[in-house]
Design a protein around this ligand. Structure first.
Ligand code: ATP
Length: 280
């Protein structure tokens, strides 16, 4: 086919004149091949606009609920500089590797886990790496880890909209994300940043889980809004997405997150679990 005559300069291009033009370039795919010994049905990202909102807590709670229903589940701890998943499950051993790849650790409730903490000689050593090296590590968690057959791989992202979320969204076939937030003033802007990043990268947003929504008074049961009134319902409505759970501050969660999280049952995220189970 002859080159489109209207394509002589960039300023003469339009959507219609570019259709069918041999010079038209399709968007480049940055997807990385998964390990030859992995077969994963659904990859789900758990993200937050800022740190400390309970992203790892939600990731591990979702994993537990899915595993207890018989699904095969893995957690990729993509929070390279602040990994917390192994500690939550009391995993302190080193991951084993051979010519075929790296084998994830397995929790007491049969969830496969990979994290930088399972690869470091000492889990207290800090990771002092620049962004591209960290991003490369996350890609290796996909290409080099032998996940085997999984129904769900949950990716616990670092907070914010930086290098790692960008790498995960570009390199892995992420089917959807769950946004975790807290009921604070800044939340509207922060949730929207996380939401808009996903939309920009064509990743569906499954919904929002609010953490630290309230504290139940141990004496009278009254709900105390420690971080102020929640606006998450109206924010979700504005964004055209749904609230998938409101988790209270629960000292029992905090205790179990110190090594025995395999036994934790989080009854506040059933809608999030349903949203994942509905994926085809
Ligand atoms: N609902 C809750 N009730 C009690 N403690 C909680 C709750 N949610 C989270 N925590 C505790 O708060 C701390 C921070 O939670 P978590 O590590 O899940 O946050 P994060 O968003 O993943 O943090 P980071 O920014 O480091 O990625 C942890 O010690 C966790 O056990």
């Amino acid at each position: 086919m002859a080159e489109n005559s209207t394509c002589s300069s960039a300023s003469s291009c339009s959507k219609s004149s570019c259709e069918g033009c041999p010079s038209k370039q399709n968007p480049q795919s940055f997807l990385v091949d998964m390990n030859a010994f992995s077969d994963i049905k659904h990859v789900i990202g758990v993200v937050s606009g800022k740190g400390g909102v309970g992203k790892s807590m939600v990731t591990a709670s979702l994993a537990n609920q899915l595993a207890s229903r018989g699904y095969r589940v893995g957690i990729m701890d993509a929070d390279i500089t602040g990994p917390s998943i192994p500690k939550m499950y009391g995993l302190h051993q080193r991951a084993v590797a051979d010519d075929q790849g790296i084998y994830p650790a397995i929790t007491d409730n049969d969830i496969k886990v990979i994290s930088i903490n399972l690869l470091m000689p000492n889990e207290e050593s800090p990771v002092i790496w620049r962004g591209p090296v960290i991003a490369g590590m996350v890609k290796q968690f996909w290409s080099d880890v032998i996940w085997g057959e999984l129904d769900y791989l949950l990716v616990d992202m670092p907070p914010g909209t930086g290098d790692v979320p960008l790498t995960v969204f570009q390199s892995l076939p992420v089917e959807g994300i769950v946004i975790v937030s807290s009921p604070q003033d800044l939340v509207r802007m922060i949730v929207k940043k996380a939401y808009n990043m996903a939309v920009t990268m064509n990743i569906p947003v499954l919904g929002i889980v609010e953490n630290y929504s309230y504290l139940s008074c141990p004496d009278c049961g009254k709900k105390i809004s420690v971080f102020g009134e929640s606006h998450i319902d109206e924010i979700a409505k504005e964004l055209g997405t749904q609230v998938l759970g409101k988790m209270p501050i629960d000292p029992e969660f905090a205790r179990m997150a110190d090594g025995s999280f395999a036994q934790a049952v989080n009854p506040y995220i059933d809608d999030a679990v349903m949203a994942l189970r509905r994926l085809k």
